[in-house]
Write a protein that binds this ligand. Structure first.
Ligand code: CTP
Ligand code: MG
Length: 465
């Protein structure tokens, strides 16, 4: 077994971009910045243009960067103007490249320049604390991290981000409900190294409060999430609110496990090929049920909201039909195809079920039970406890039948999000057991979803299978 120091030294080459990658990204960022600046010089509504996010902070991961550029508006400009002008500038700056609108609190333009994702985001140029839109804190985050993290700490941030990514815990968006890049930075700043962050996480108490500045007791008192991480530039914002309790729990287990048994595997992402091969030998494949469907494109966070809501309700309905859903998750290419993934304890139930009725003494209850079950029952009898029993055939004894009815719209209370129901009904396909291999052809996003359900937690529990 390699020592922790050894692993951490090797980790650097996995997370730190090479000089040529840095130079390539720098060129794209500077070109974009001067283009956006050129488009704003004559605009009196705009005060400045600034590079932000992990690129500006120097905390981006090798092979995985998005360039965030902020167009800062004077605080007296109406929100609608900020949105319209912000979008117009973003679109012009990215003319000639693939670009599209995305939505956070307000819309912004995302584009791809030579394979690199770039975001042009409008925000207000406000004094600290006088936020007018959710994006206004971001330049302050950049400033805080740039002035508080040296190169050593930036590398530590990169290692932490990678660790979280491999564990499926990276990203604050609804899809993941995990740790954002900024949270990773705040944690490293607070604890001083990747290792110290893991040590702290290993012994997080329930309701642990993490803050960089002196804590304001009144503020902390009113927050109740499994872990409270106060934003150093805004003590009223709890960064921990975006992280799901499951993800915090996984992080605690992963941290303990890595410290106990440090392995480079914790910092290496599984490729699609790795996941496929793992699935080929997994006994769990027989218990997988997938439903895949096509849909129109929509705002990513809205799509994930609809998928998660539908997933939750479908699991409830499957449970009601007598099956056990051990775990579930949704998956999507975030454009046109998505799917629901269920890991069941069994794909089938016995064909017959016994209904235990009332005791024979109450004539009224007994006759009601008989009336209700007479036509369907294959057999009726009484037992020594003097209760009537009826053996009936299940309507659905395969989980796939249940899911087919739920998605096919034959059952009104399925709980599938109304915004997706029709598209699901028109296009869904169900795959079970080894047919899952057919479903994943050309759908690497689905394989990643399966990975989340079946394999991603293996590092939390110290075994590989
Ligand atoms: N941001 C935030 N809260 C979020 C998401 C984003 O405050 N839940 C702000 C942060 O200031 C962050 C910036 O928006 O620095 C850019 O967001 P993003 O690209 O998601 O994060 P990065 O820090 O750039 O990390 P990376 O791109 O490496 O994942
Ligand atoms: Mg970014």
């Amino acid at each position: 077994m390699s020592s922790l120091t050894d692993i951490l030294r090797k980790a650097i080459s996995l997370v730190e971009p090479s000089p040529s990658e840095k130079e390539n990204i720098r060129k794209i960022a500077e070109e974009l910045r001067s283009k956006v600046e050129g488009l704003t010089v004559k605009r009196s509504e705009i005060s400045s243009v600034e590079l932000g996010g992990s690129y500006a902070k120097g905390t981006w991961l090798k092979g995985d960067v998005d360039i965030d550029i902020f167009v800062k508006f004077l605080p007296n400009i109406p929100k609608k103007c900020l949105e319209d002008i912000g979008i117009a500038i973003g679109k012009k700056a990215l003319a000639g490249y693939r670009h599209y609108l995305r939505y956070s609190e307000h819309p912004y333009v995302e584009g791809i320049i030579n394979g690199v994702k770039v975001n042009v985001v409008a925000c207000y140029d406000v004094k600290q604390g006088l936020w007018k839109s959710a994006a206004d804190r971001s330049p302050y985050h950049t400033l805080f991290i740039k002035s508080n993290l040296d190169n050593r700490l930036k590398t530590e941030v990169r290692i932490l981000k990678k660790f979280l990514k491999v564990a499926g815990l990276y990203g604050a968006e609804i899809k993941t409900q995990g740790f954002s890049g900024y949270v990773s930075e705040v944690l490293v700043h607070k604890y001083g190294s990747f290792k110290s962050v893991l040590e702290a996480a290993s012994s997080f108490n329930e309701g642990a409060v993490i803050c960089v500045e002196e804590i304001d007791e009144d503020i902390a008192k009113n927050i109740s999430t499994p872990v409270v991480i106060l934003d150093p530039v805004d003590q009223r914002r709890n960064l921990g609110a975006a992280i799901s309790p499951e993800n915090i729990a996984s992080f605690i287990l992963d941290a303990r496990n890595f410290l106990k048994n440090p392995k480079l595997d914790f910092l290496k992402e599984s490729s699609v090929k790795d996941i496929y091969e793992e699935l080929e030998t997994s006994p769990l494949i027989e218990n997988l049920l997938l439903a895949v469907f096509e849909h129109k494109s929509r705002t990513v966070d809205i799509l994930w909201g609809q998928l998660k809501r539908s997933q939750r309700h479908l699991e409830k309905q499957i449970l009601k039909a007598g099956f056990e859903v051990l775990r579930g998750s949704s998956a999507s290419n975030e454009l046109s195809s998505s799917g629901f993934i269920f890991l069941l304890d069994s794909q089938t139930l016995s064909q017959f079920q016994i209904k235990v009725g009332p005791k024979v003494h109450s004539a009224q209850d007994a006759s009601k039970f008989l009336q209700k079950n007479e036509s369907n029952a294959k057999l009726m009898w009484v037992t020594s406890d003097m209760r009537i029993h009826a053996l009936s055939e299940r309507k659905y004894w395969r989980a796939s039948q249940v899911v087919r009815v739920l998605l096919g719209g034959e059952f009104n209370g399925s709980g599938v999000a109304p915004g997706l129901a029709q598209e699901i009904k028109d296009s869904f396909e169900i795959f079970t057991g080894t047919d899952v291999f057919k479903a994943v052809v050309g759908r690497s996003w689905l394989l990643e979803g399966i990975n989340r359900v079946v394999f991603a937690d293996r590092l939390s529990f110290g075994s590989s299978k």
